[in-house]
Design a protein around this ligand. Structure first.
Ligand code: SF4
Ligand code: FES
Length: 366
């Protein structure tokens, strides 16, 4: 058995509140209310514990982390503890003075999500009028403040044909990195799968576009490319393996091995209000449950990729098969793989249904 190493990064989900309503949001369907959120002092204690545990990076996320008025104070606190800070934001709640305040607090990096290139399409997907124009403005404030910028573009059947324009936009905005991330189907995205699933032909065109842009923009823009699981033959190593490198703290303080872990049945996740991060990372049953390879069934147990993909994604395996220990259906050795690919092809060939937007309360069709 390999020794458990300290985590590299903490994803701090400061809040589930968000002015956007993206239909592929990875937040759970049951969102934490504002009243349940950890207060400033508790978050500061969490960051102290994270630094002592060996964490190097803190990613401020949500929901929309800028919905928290104490964001600057939390960034400043992390900075004094030597933690590298990255703000993952929709940008629409940030103005010039706030960006300057965040930079002054010691923020290192900003990642702005874009829903598309075309403003009308982007605003429709995010469910927020004027969002695209605001994001472009804020990207300018990020550069003006001397911060590194990453553009994050979540791609799917309703924006993939804009990929060339998205790449040009990232260059124009002065981003050094672009994440072209095909939707991963958890949370709200699973609910909207048929509205988001690209065709195999769309995917192949997108891959060719990324390949040629990488060659053309070498030295200007780094492009990270996350392919959709459903057309792959092997799964990805979700979170780099369960309990190996990363963990999330939810708005109310639950410590989770991944953003969708709360969808798994029979798991009890511990909370920062009850136990220290070190004890949770090294000792909680939830982190131990799928750590390493000991939990794996066949064929994973004797597969030569078991320490490469760590058995794929537990949340996806459960969502699609009903079994938490099941082989991830993205793997061609899963009995569910053919059905998965067939359903992706069928859904992408049919007319896209209306989005079910991410909203507090009941999930409602558009
Ligand atoms: Fe990964 Fe298991 Fe498939 Fe092997 S059998 S590639 S370990 S999911
Ligand atoms: Fe939970 Fe992949 S999202 S293991």
């Amino acid at each position: 058995m390999t020794a458990v190493e300290p985590p590299l990064a903490l994803l701090a989900e400061l809040t589930h509140r968000c002015p956007l309503q993206c239909p592929y949001c990875s937040n759970p369907l049951e969102l934490d209310r504002a009243a349940a959120e950890l207060d400033t002092d508790t978050w500061k204690r969490v960051f102290d514990e994270a630094a002592r545990l060996g964490v190097l990076h803190v990613h401020f996320s949500g929901g929309e982390p800028a919905a928290r008025k104490d964001l600057e104070a939390l960034v400043a606190h992390c900075s004094t503890r030597g933690l590298y800070t990255n703000l993952i934001t929709s940008a629409v709640l940030i103005d010039r003075s706030r960006m300057q305040a965040l930079a002054a607090a010691g923020l290192n990096h900003v990642q702005i999500s874009f829903q598309a290139h075309d403003p009308a399409n982007a605003d429709r997907i995010g469910g927020y009028a004027g969002g695209q124009a605001r994001k472009i403005e804020v990207a300018g404030y990020v550069r003006e403040a001397g911060l590194q910028l990453t553009v994050n573009a979540v791609m799917h059947r309703q924006n993939l044909d804009e990929l060339d324009d998205v790449i040009d936009m990232a260059v124009r905005l002065g981003a050094r990195r672009l994440e072209v991330a095909h939707v991963q189907y958890y949370g709200w995205a699973l609910k909207n799968r048929a509205a988001l699933m690209p065709s195999r032909a769309q995917l192949e065109r997108a891959t060719a576009t990324v390949d040629s842009a990488r060659a053309r923009l070498k030295g200007t823009l780094v492009i990270d490319y996350v392919v959709p699981d459903y057309y792959a033959r092997r799964p990805k190593a979700c979170m780099g393996g369960w309990g190996r490198r990363f963990f999330n703290v939810s708005p109310s303080g639950d410590v989770l091995p991944c953003h969708a872990a709360s969808t798994l049945p029979g798991m009890r996740f511990e909370n920062v209000k009850d136990r220290g991060l070190r004890e949770i990372w090294y000792g909680s049953a939830a982190f131990e449950r799928f750590r390493g390879t000991g939990w794996m069934p066949e064929p994973c147990r004797s597969c030569d990729r078991r320490e490469t993909d760590w058995g794929g994604c537990r949340c996806q395996a459960f969502a699609l098969t009903g079994g938490v220990d099941a082989v991830d259906p993205a793997c061609e050795f899963s009995a569910h793989h053919t059905e998965l690919v067939t359903s992706a092809e069928r859904e992408s060939a049919a007319a896209a249904p209306a989005f079910i937007y991410r909203r507090f309360g009941a999930a409602v069709p558009a």
